[in-house]
Write a protein that binds this ligand. Structure first.
Ligand code: GDP
Length: 465
């Protein structure tokens, strides 16, 4: 219900210096006016200018002063939600915050649902769906890359690029419609070439956006990464090198890392969801065996395999088994030849076997735990997921499967239009394809999406967003 006035505590629950209670809707000013009395002696906060912080007393639901704080009013549509809004900052104690929030409810506001402020901003046209989702991502961001990805989308990098492609297509549509309406005025070779160029450029831009999905998703959702190798090759040490702390047990006793440890880290410009496995080797030991089966299962489910080999020893049968297993796995894979501080005992043939099992191979000393070794491995990860080629502050990067589906639809339609033109298809057939591409691109803002789907998206937010 858009005509209700909603309130929520927008700061996290818990003790803090301050807390902010947000109120939005037609009666936002009336609610704020009833529960906030300016110290200046003015009868109401509403007589103060908009967007100016006003100091005053905050009244609880029974009309008693419960705190002192700041109230700021934002007149719709120039507010976050597009409605009249009030933000009341009070001291961040649990009881104080609760009292101020309950006062807003007692004075006529309803409790806001999850993501309701952002949902209203979307419905009132303040944000498109891509930007609204970016708000959620930005708040959830726990790594620098995730923050940059969401921040750039929120500032309109993705929406802006799509709008710009749409605008160029719209121009071409005008030329195409003219050609259909006035067939006697031949578009001519020149005109056709121009239309073809615009369509090809649009196709290239759509393809470029789609190509960012892999990196965007690797940052946003993370990549399930498995570190495998027989016991003692240095898996735990590689794990520690990546996480940058001693989170896995490093030990010289074979197979002690029986359990699969898990950790999420920012590495190589993406997010790795790591598990350190018990290694793959032939053994009759039951506990170890559970570890091996689990390791194979982990490889099958992973999105990046880091296979570790001991450079100080010749290859063993278990290493060769792992090489075969990794080679047949259809995901990005990086081989690590570890213990480079020792004399490399692997033969040239063995090194070649390791190299060709994976997409890239790095030689490091995990135990040394140095910046250079860490960099070598993180660069290899970045190359696999394209984060070395993307500037999160400058490029439009998508991460959402909804965006990718829509863009893929636009891509097929544009390709059909380009090919139609090249193979001399009737101009109205080319036009239909271009129209389909334009309609697909226009879907990315979510304006034509069913409300139930939109509601589902905002339910993933938490209250106060
Ligand atoms: P995992 O069983 O594969 O997890 O191997 P660990 O990380 O527990 O390491 C096994 C042994 O190899 C330990 O004694 C480590 O100190 C040692 N080790 C690990 N990495 C290196 C390295 O780069 N150089 C040397 N010399 N020893 C290493």
């Amino acid at each position: 219900m858009l005509n209700t006035t909603i309130a929520a505590v927008s700061t996290p629950r818990g003790k803090g210096g301050i807390a902010v209670i947000r109120i939005s809707g037609t009666d936002a000013f009336a609610v704020a006016g009833a529960m906030f009395k300016p110290k200046s002696g003015d009868s109401s906060v509403t007589s103060h200018p908009m967007r100016k912080a006003v100091f005053g007393s905050i009244l609880d639901e029974s009309g008693q002063v419960c705190d002192e704080g700041i109230c700021t009013l934002f007149k719709g549509p120039g507010s976050f939600t597009g409605e009249d809004m009030a933000e009341i900052s009070c001291h961040g104690g649990l009881s104080v915050t609760e009292a101020v929030y309950l006062s807003a409810i007692a004075h006529g506001a309803s409790a806001a649902g999850p993501g309701e402020f952002t949902r209203r901003a979307f419905i009132n046209g303040k944000l498109d769906l891509t930007e609204a989702e970016a708000v959620g991502k930005l708040i959830d961001a726990d790594t620098r890359e995730r923050m940059q990805l969401a921040g750039s989308a929120l500032r309109g990098s993705v929406s802006g690029e799509i709008a710009s492609i749409s605008a160029s297509l719209l121009d071409t549509m005008t030329a195409l419609y003219a050609a259909i309406d006035y067939p006697e005025e031949d578009v001519g070779d020149e005109g056709e070439r121009e239309i073809g160029n615009t369509l090809r450029t649009a196709l290239g831009r759509v393809e470029k956006l789609i190509s960012t999905y892999r990196t965007g998703r690797a940052i946003s959702d993370g990549v399930k990464c498995v570190i495998c190798g027989r016991p003692n090759v240095g898996k735990s040490s590689v794990f520690n090198l990546i996480t940058g702390e001693d989170s896995a047990i490093v030990t010289s006793v074979a197979g002690t890392t029986r359990d699969i440890l898990r950790e999420t880290v920012s590495f190589g410009g993406i997010t790795l969801r790591l598990s350190d496995t018990a290694g793959i080797h032939a053994t009759d030991d039951l506990v170890e065996k559970i570890g091996i089966d689990r390791a194979s299962a982990e490889i099958a489910k992973s999105e990046l395999v880091i296979s570790v080999f001991d450079g100080g020893e010749r290859l063993r049968d278990e290493d060769r088994t792992l090489i075969r297993l990794v080679k047949s796995t259809d995901v990005p894979k990086i081989a690590v030849i570890n213990k480079s501080d020792l004399c490399i005992a692997l033969t040239e043939e063995e090194l070649e076997l390791i190299r060709e099992s994976s997409d890239s191979c790095v030689t490091i000393s995990a135990q040394r735990n140095g910046e250079e070794d860490r960099r070598a491995l993180s660069d290899a990860v970045a190359v696999q997921f394209g984060s070395d080629k993307i500037s999160l502050s400058a490029d439009a990067v998508i991460w959402d499967v909804r965006q990718r589906e829509i863009l893929s639809h636009a891509k097929s339609a544009l390709r059909a239009a380009v090919e139609g033109l090249e193979y001399g298809a009737p101009i109205d057939a080319v036009c239909t394809c271009a129209e389909e591409a334009l309609a697909a691109l226009n879907e990315t803002d979510g304006r034509n999406m069913e409300m139930t789907i939109v509601d589902e998206i905002f339910k993933r937010f938490c209250v106060g967003k």
